[in-house]
Design a protein around this ligand. Structure first.
Ligand SMILES: Cc1ncc(C[n+]2csc(CCOP(=O)(O)OP(=O)(O)O)c2C)c(N)n1
Length: 664
C-alpha cells in the first residue's frame, strides 16, 4: 500500500467512526470530522508529541478542537490512538447520559481532552493561554523539561467570534511561536455558505496581528505536512488556512450545510462507503488501519521516556516544585503564614482602606508565598491593584515575569486564564472593573463548568465608584455572577476579610472565584486576627445584639459598615440589633441547615443591605425581609451623594428595620 493509500485509510477510519456514532445517536455533527480527518491524521501520525498511555504527561503537545461540535473527530482519534478510556463501547454511546463521549468535548469527562469546547471562539482563545503557560513554565524550569506545542483546529465560526480577535492579538503580540492554528476553511456554516455573512481575508487579518500565515489544500497530506513543518520553524504563531470540503466523501452532501449537524442517513452512508472504498461495517476498524493508528499512539513513548530521564536527573527540590505546581497543590504552610501576617498587620494598622487596596496589600505578601500566582489586568493595573510589589511584566522576549498586561481584552484574557489554569503550573488571577465582568462572562462560565481555579479580581464594585456614572456602576452583576453554578463570588468588607477571601479563592481548587472589591475606603471592622477564617463559612455574626436580638442586619462588602452604623442607631433607641457579614452566598448556602439557622438567627426583623439588586438575597433573608439596595441603574456623582440619593444609608436601614418590627 502506498503511503497515500494508508493515509486515506487512516483518515477514513476517523470519518466512519464519526458517521456511525452520529447515526447511532441520531444527532451530532459528521461534517467537520469528515472534512478535517486529513488534517487530524497528519497531525497525530506525523507531528504531535503525546503518549496515549499517559494522557497527563506534562510535556505532551496540547491539541485543542476549538470547533467542539466536531467532537467525534476527537473521540475517534482517542479511540484509534489507544486511549484506554475511549473504548468502542463509549463511541457507540456517543451523546448518551454518563458516556465518556458527550455532545461537546468535556475535559473533565474524557481523558485526553485538554479543554471543554463548544461555545465557538473559546477553544482558540483558551489555546492562547496554554501556549503562554508553556512559555512561562519553560522560563522557570527550562526547555529540557518544558518544550511542547499547542495546536488548534478552528472553524469558520471560531474565527467569526469576536473573542478570536482578542486571542490572536495577544498571541501575535507575545510571539507565541509554538502555537499553530489549522483553520478548517470549508466555507460552510449552519445557514449556508459563509459568503452570506463574511468577506474577511483571514490570512491578512492574522498577518496584521503578527502571525505567520500559510494556505494549503486541507486534503493533501504532503502539503499539510510541509505547512506544519514551516509553521514549526516560524518565530511567530502560525495560521494554516486548510481548504477543505465539509462532509468529505459524501456524494450527495459534501460541501453543503446539510452535513454540518445531522446524521447522513442509511442510504447516504452506503453511498459514502462506496465513494471512499470503505469495506468495514459500522463501528468496525480494519486491522491494518487500527494497527497503524495504535502504532502512532505509542510513538511518543520514547520521547516520554527520554523526558522522564531528563526530569529524574533534576535536583530533588526542582522536581518536587514542578510536580507540586503541575498538581495544583498549594504551599500550605507558607500560604497560612502569609494570610496570618496580613491579618495581624491590618488589625495593628487599623484605618480605612479600599478593599482593592487591601487586596494589593494581601498580594504583596501572598505572591511571595505562592509563586505560582500569575497576576494581570485588562489595562487597569493601577485601578485593580493587582500588581504586587516585585512582580515583573511578561514580555514577548521574557516569560520569566509573573504579571501579564492583557490589554483591553477582557474576554480573551478570561479565556486565556482558563488555558493557563488547564495547562497547569500557575494560578492565574487578573483584574477588570466589575461592570465589565459581562465581557468575560462566557469564559468565566466555562471555568466554572470545567472546575478550574481562575481568580477574577473585579474592582469598582458598585455606585461606590462614584463619578464615572452608571455605565461603570455594576447593579446586576453580583446577582449575575452568583447565578453561575460552581463559582465563588466573594465580597469582602475590609482588609481582614479580603485576606480571608484570597485564601478561600486559592484553596478553591475546583472552581473559579470572583473577588469583588471597592474603589472607596472602608473602615476596618474585624478587629481580631486569630487564625480562624470566618469568611470561609460564607456568613458569620460580626456583632451580637446587646440583648435578645430584635433585628438582624445582613450586609456584604462596602455596606457592612452601614449595617454597623445602623446597629448603633437602633441600639441607642433600645432595639437590640445584630450584624451578620455575608462575604459569600455560595459558601453560606452550602452549609447544613442547622448552621445556617444559627447564623440567620431568630430576630423578628431582618434587613439585607447591598448596593446592588435584590435578586438572590431572598435565599438568605427570605422574601418577607426588607432589603436596602438598588432598583435602577446608578448615576454620575460623588459616591457619598449617590448613597444618599439612592437611599442606601444607616437611616434608611433603621427605618426599614423599624417598619419590619412594626409589622412582625
Ligand atoms: C458561541 C456560539 N454560537 C453559536 C453556536 C452554534 N453553532 C455551532 S456550529 C456553528 C457554526 C458552524 O459553522 P463552522 O464553524 O464553519 O463549522 P462547520 O460548519 O464547518 O462544522 C454554530 C453557529 C456555538 N456553538 N457557539
Amino acid at each position: 500500500m502506498s503511503s497515500r493509500e494508508l493515509h486515506n485509510r487512516l483518515a477514513n477510519a476517523i470519518r466512519f467512526l464519526a458517521i456511525d456514532a452520529v447515526e447511532a445517536a441520531n444527532s451530532g455533527h459528521p461534517g467537520l470530522p469528515m472534512g478535517a480527518a486529513d488534517m487530524a491524521t497528519v497531525l497525530f501520525t506525523e507531528k504531535l508529541k503525546f503518549d496515549a498511555t499517559a494522557p497527563k504527561w506534562p510535556d505532551r503537545d496540547r491539541f485543542i478542537l476549538s470547533a467542539g461540535h466536531g467532537s467525534m473527530l476527537l473521540y475517534g482519534l482517542l479511540h484509534l490512538l489507544g486511549y484506554d478510556a475511549v473504548s468502542m463501547d463509549e463511541i457507540r454511546r456517543f451523546r448518551q447520559l454518563g458516556s465518556l463521549t458527550p455532545g461537546h468535548p468535556e475535559n473533565f469527562v474524557t481523558p485526553g481532552i485538554e479543554t471543554t469546547t463548544g461555545p465557538l471562539g473559546q477553544g482558540i482563545s483558551t489555546a492562547v493561554g496554554f501556549a503562554m503557560a508553556e512559555r512561562l513554565m519553560a522560563a522557570r524550569f527550562g526547555s529540557e523539561i518544558v518544550d511542547h506545542r499547542t495546536v488548534v483546529i478552528a472553524s469558520d465560526g471560531d474565527l467569526m467570534e469576536g473573542i478570536s480577535q482578542e486571542a490572536i492579538d495577544i498571541a501575535g503580540h507575545l510571539k507565541l511561536a509554538k502555537l499553530t492554528v489549522l483553520w478548517d476553511d470549508n466555507r460552510i456554516s449552519i445557514d449556508g455558505p459563509t459568503s452570506i455573512s463574511v468577506s474577511t481575508d483571514q490570512q491578512a487579518r492574522f498577518a496584521a496581528s503578527g502571525w505567520n500565515t500559510l494556505a494549503v489544500d486541507g486534503h493533501d497530506p504532503i502539503a499539510l505536512l510541509a505547512a506544519l513543518n514551516r509553521a514549526y520553524a516560524s518565530d511567530k504563531p502560525t495560521l494554516i488556512a486548510c481548504r477543505t470540503t465539509i462532509g468529505f466523501g459524501s456524494p450527495a452532501k459534501a460541501g453543503s450545510e446539510k452535513v454540518h449537524g445531522s446524521p447522513l442517513g442509511a442510504a447516504e452512508i452506503e453511498a459514502t462507503r462506496k465513494a471512499l472504498g470503505w469495506e468495514a461495517g459500522p463501528f468496525e476498524i480494519p486491522a491494518d488501519a487500527l494497527d497503524a493508528w495504535r502504532a502512532a499512539g505509542r510513538k511518543g513513548a520514547e520521547a516520554r521516556a527520554a523526558w522522564q530521564a531528563r526530569f529524574d536527573a533534576l535536583p530533588e527540590a526542582t522536581r518536587a516544585e514542578f510536580n507540586r505546581r503541575m498538581a495544583g497543590e498549594l504551599p500550605v504552610a507558607a500560604l497560612k503564614e502569609a494570610i496570618a501576617a496580613v491579618k495581624a498587620k491590618a488589625v495593628a494598622d487599623g484605618g480605612a482602606v479600599a478593599t482593592r487596596k487591601s487586596s494589593e496589600i494581601v498580594l504583596d505578601t501572598l505572591t511571595k508565598a505562592v509563586p505560582e500566582m500569575l497576576g494581570g489586568s485588562a489595562d487597569l493595573t493601577g485601578s485593580n491593584n493587582t500588581r504586587a510589589k516585585g512582580q515583573k511584566s511578561v514580555t514577548p522576549t521574557d516569560f520569566s515575569g509573573d504579571f501579564v498586561h492583557w490589554g483591553v481584552r477582557e474576554h480573551g484574557m478570561a479565556a486565556a486564564m482558563n488555558g493557563i489554569a488547564l495547562h497547569g503550573g500557575f494560578i492565574p488571577y487578573s483584574g477588570t472593573f466589575l461592570a465589565f465582568a459581562d465581557y468575560s462572562r462566557p469564559a468565566i462560565r466555562l471555568a466554572a463548568l470545567m472546575g478550574e481555579r481562575v481568580i477574577h479580581v473585579l474592582t469598582h464594585d458598585s455606585i461606590g465608584l462614584g463619578e464615572d456614572g452608571p455605565t461603570h456602576q455594576p447593579v446586576e452583576h453580583l446577582a449575575a455572577l452568583r447565578a453561575i453554578p460552581n463559582t465563588l463570588v466573594l465580597r469582602p468588607a475590609d482588609t481582614v476579610e479580603t485576606a480571608e477571601c484570597w485564601q478561600i479563592a486559592l484553596e478553591a481548587k475546583d472552581r473559579p472565584s470572583c473577588l469583588i472589591l471597592s474603589r472607596q475606603n472602608l473602615p476596618l471592622l474585624r478587629k481580631e486576627a486569630d487564625g480562624e477564617n470566618k469568611s470561609a463559612g460564607g456568613a458569620y455574626e460580626l456583632l451580637a445584639a446587646s440583648g435578645e436580638a430584635q433585628v438582624s442586619l445582613f450586609a456584604t462588602g462596602s455596606e457592612l459598615s452601614l449595617a454597623v452604623e445602623a446597629r448603633a442607631l437602633l441600639e441607642s433607641e433600645g432595639v437590640p440589633t445584630r450584624v451578620v457579614s455575608v462575604p459569600s452566598f455560595e459558601l453560606f448556602l452550602a452549609r447544613p441547615l442547622a448552621e445556617r439557622r444559627a447564623v440567620i438567627g431568630k430576630a423578628p426583623a431582618k434587613v439585607g443591605i447591598e448596593a446592588a439588586i435584590r435578586m438572590g438575597w431572598d435565599s438568605i433573608i427570605g422574601s418577607d425581609a426588607a432589603f436596602v439596595g438598588m432598583t435602577s441603574f446608578g448615576a454620575s456623582a460623588p459616591a457619598k451623594e449617590l448613597y444618599k440619593h439612592f437611599g442606601i444609608t444607616p437611616q434608611a436601614v433603621v427605618a426599614a428595620a423599624l417598619e419590619q418590627l412594626r409589622q412582625s
